[in-house]
Design a binder for this molecule. Structure first.
Ligand code: GLN
Length: 194
């Protein structure tokens, strides 16, 4: 099985580790550069993107993360993880950096106060067997994408799942639903990149 890391600086890493194992990957947490070197792919969890960004810099992981992604390592970001994979944030907090890799602009906390948390059934390209239950928690949406980026799912006219090459990102949290098809899709991406 491919070794898939979960960036374990902050956020819901445990749920991603469990979802990856259920999807047939060998899941390992990644906190240090040596651990990053050992994985075939990486999940960046939901949480708080400003905190993840600052901890990645403090742990000396930001540049190694950028290098591995530039070199083609598959990565999947959910929610805060989507923000971390965006080339650009519309409304960054001060000191907030991203790893980047996906040619897109994201808007943080985009769905607004009335809609801070909600669920929606989404048809997602690349995921067979019916809609995915999308859990959105203070979620970003994708404001715009470049020519290389494919939208896999939308909600209310906004892209909420995208792919560019070996990089996948969702505004929502499939790790919280017990449905492991999105982690299955990512594990397949890691397998074929190996
Ligand atoms: N609002 C958070 C952020 O901007 C993301 C929330 C989440 O990951 N559930 O980082």
């Amino acid at each position: 099985a491919p070794a898939v890391g979960v960036l374990a600086l902050q956020g819901d890493t445990r749920e991603h580790l469990a979802a990856l194992e259920a999807a047939g990957a060998r899941a390992v947490s990644v906190r240090r550069a040596e651990e990053l070197e050992a994985v075939d792919g990486l999940v960046i969890p939901g949480g708080e993107s400003t905190t993840i960004s600052k901890l990645a810099v403090a742990f000396g992981l930001m540049e190694p993360l950028r290098e591995r992604i530039r070199a083609g390592m598959p990565a999947y970001g959910s929610c805060a993880g989507m923000i971390m994979l965006a080339d650009k944030i519309l409304d960054p907090r001060s000191g907030q950096e991203t790893i980047g890799g996906i040619d897109m602009i994201v808007r943080r906390n985009a769905f607004g106060r009335q809609n801070e948390s909600f669920e929606a059934s989404l048809i997602m390209e690349g995921v067979d067997g019916g809609p995915v239950e999308g859990v959105f928690i203070r979620a970003p949406w994708v404001e715009s994408t470049g020519a290389e980026t494919t939208t896999l799912a939308s909600y209310d006219g906004h892209a909420v799942a995208v792919r560019q090459g070996n990089l996948l990102a969702t505004s929502f949290h499939p790790e919280l639903t017990g449905d492991h098809r999105v982690h299955g899709l990512f594990t397949e991406m890691v397998r074929s990149a190996r």
